[in-house]
Write a protein that binds this ligand. Structure first.
Ligand SMILES: [Zn+2]
Length: 322
């Protein structure tokens, strides 16, 4: 067996979209721009409000430094053209709880284009290639004044490359994983694209299930420390085990929403992601749409920070200065 054959064995099978899926995605983006998916008002009205978790412990949330790129709004949010462009980034977060400090979505490693983006199919690569001045997780921690050695574990909202690739630069850092998400990404017939399995392997893994009571408009939850300060909620759809990280901070409740939405305009206007690249990114488009409704229902009482919404990330950073 030659060298190339050995190399091939090390590369995960990837869930690359085929030509038909790509055509459908672009077609859906075009029709969706003109006739966006209609909100399900009956479903919205049926959503209960189970309230926030009880307790008094608070956490400190730090939005880690990252550079954004400007993208047309209509490529992110279906049928929304105003403002014409929005700022998109791949934000990681540090959360300091009295019992532990952890990272949410350490997505960017050194040489992320070679390590992860190069493994994406060209049609996706075009849509997601990061800006050349993107900041890797170690540099981002450093410039945010956080000691990488002080991090106890990482907690991804879901297992897509741009939320876990930074783990490649944090060898041995333990990982907390939603069990169904782990099973989908690590043992399913095809891996998510972009080296996800490499980032997750060879480190201590700790699993949780959403076996706790309903919270806000979410049917299931998991209280990470048992004090209501960090509660994981079900945001499935984008991936089968996507979670939101609900934090009690001294500036009010915050939900780190991962990729359930790409921008808060989706929650305000009740819109799904644009068909391209949304159809290629969301595992279950209808379940994702329901999750958008749940986020819309809670928007008045909780600050929502989607991973790629640079404006929401900056607004949190600036609110600290006030
Ligand atoms: Zn994602």
């Amino acid at each position: 067996m030659g060298h190339n054959d050995n190399r091939t064995l090390l590369i995960d099978p990837v869930a690359a979209p085929n030509l038909w899926q790509c055509c459908r995605s672009v077609g859906s983006a075009l029709t969706g721009a003109l006739r966006p998916r209609r909100p399900d008002h009956r479903f919205l009205a049926s959503l209960p409000d189970n309230g926030l978790p009880r307790g008094t412990t608070t956490v400190e949330l730090t939005v880690l430094a990252q550079n954004a790129r400007s993208v047309p709004t209509a490529v992110i949010v279906e049928g929304v053209f105003t403002p014409r462009r929005i700022e998109s980034a791949m934000t990681a977060f540090a959360v300091r709880h009295p019992k532990a400090t952890f990272l949410v979505d350490p997505g960017i490693c050194v040489d992320v284009n070679e390590q992860a983006v190069a493994e994406l199919p060209p049609v996706l690569r075009r849509a997601v290639t990061p800006p050349s001045n993107i900041i890797d997780i170690r540099e981002s921690l450093h410039s945010s004044g956080i000691d990488a050695e002080a991090i106890d574990f990482a907690l991804p909202t879901h297992l897509h490359w741009d939320h876990v690739a930074g783990l490649l630069d944090l060898p041995g850092l333990p990982l907390r994983l939603h069990r169904p998400e782990h099973d989908w990404a690590m043992t399913g017939p095809v891996a998510p694209v972009g080296g996800v399995r490499r980032a997750v392997r060879e480190r201590p893994l700790d699993y949780y299930d959403l076996d706790g009571p309903p919270v806000l408009a979410f049917a299931r939850s998991h209280d990470l420390f048992g004090d209501g300060a960090v509660v994981l909620v079900d945001l499935s759809g984008h991936t089968p085990g996507s979670v939101g990280v609900l934090l009690r901070t001294d500036r009010g409740p915050v939900l780190l929403a991962g990729d359930a939405i790409w921008h808060n305009l989706q929650v305000e206007e009740l819109r799904q992601k644009s068909g391209y690249p949304g159809m290629l990114a969301d595992n279950d488009r209808t379940a994702t749409w329901r999750t958008v409704h749940r986020l819309h229902a809670i928007r008045g009482g909780v600050r929502i920070i989607p991973s790629h919404d640079h404006q929401a990330a900056c607004a949190w950073r600036e609110s600290r200065a006030v």
